[in-house]
Design a protein around this ligand. Structure first.
Ligand code: HEC
Length: 177
């Protein structure tokens, strides 16, 4: 394995473990849920998406080309939000916090290099919930059901300290592609 690959791998593992700690109530101590079946919310979310997110994440949620590869300055291109990405691997609350506070705050590393803005001063909480509900509404049933399991850490699935088999499924989904 090349040194560069090893570094990417280690960073991903570090990201993975800090994100898994951030599940449950996350950094703001509040559990936020999305509303993918509230069509009014979803419609509002689509507008928020096209106005604020589509420029990077793609009009059709398809993401930027080569989104898994950092550029020469160390930045990742915007990942897709459709089923080919990994947005659906994260619980509602984590998606909300990534969007509101930005990845560096969520992973607890202010030095983390990212192009993903923090939206806390640009969008209201309701607009953030709406845009993510729109994204969630577009996922096929299988991905949406799988993502829903992230929202119930108390049911022995991912997010619960020490939970077993779902965690390995997540590892496979995150890294096994
Ligand atoms: C300037 C480009 C840009 C804009 C605009 C942008 N993003 Fe991002 N976004 C990114 C990048 C780049 C990442 C990858 C994060 C990283 O650098 O590690 C990302 C990551 C994310 C993630 C985490 C996805 C995952 O799989 O972990 C979510 C959720 C997200 N963005 C939501 C949004 C939403 C919602 C909007 C609009 C309100 C938005 N983004 C606008 C660039 C952008």
């Amino acid at each position: 394995m090349s040194a560069r690959k090893t570094i990417t791998w280690v960073t991903m593992l570090a990201l993975y473990s800090s994100i898994s700690l951030a599940v449950e109530k996350g950094i703001d101590g509040k559990l936020t849920s999305l509303k993918p079946f509230d069509l009014q919310v979803v419609q509002q979310g689509e507008k928020v998406y096209q106005a604020n997110c589509a420029s990077c994440h793609g009009k059709y949620l398809e993401g930027a080309p080569n989104w898994r590869q950092r550029d020469e300055n160390g930045y990742l291109p915007a990942p897709p939000h459709d089923k080919t990405g990994h947005t659906w691997h994260h619980a509602d609350d984590l998606l909300f916090e990534i969007t509101k506070y930005g990845p560096p705050a969520v992973i607890g590393d202010p030095q983390y290099k990212t192009l993903m803005p923090a939206y806390q001063y640009q969008l209201t909480d309701d607009e953030i919930i709406a845009v993510l509900s729109f994204i969630k509404n577009t996922w096929p049933e299988e991905e949406r059901n799988w993502q829903d399991q992230m929202n119930h850490p108390d049911q022995g699935t991912f997010g619960h300290e020490g939970s077993g088999h779902k965690k390995s499924t997540l590892m496979e989904k995150l890294f096994g592609n």
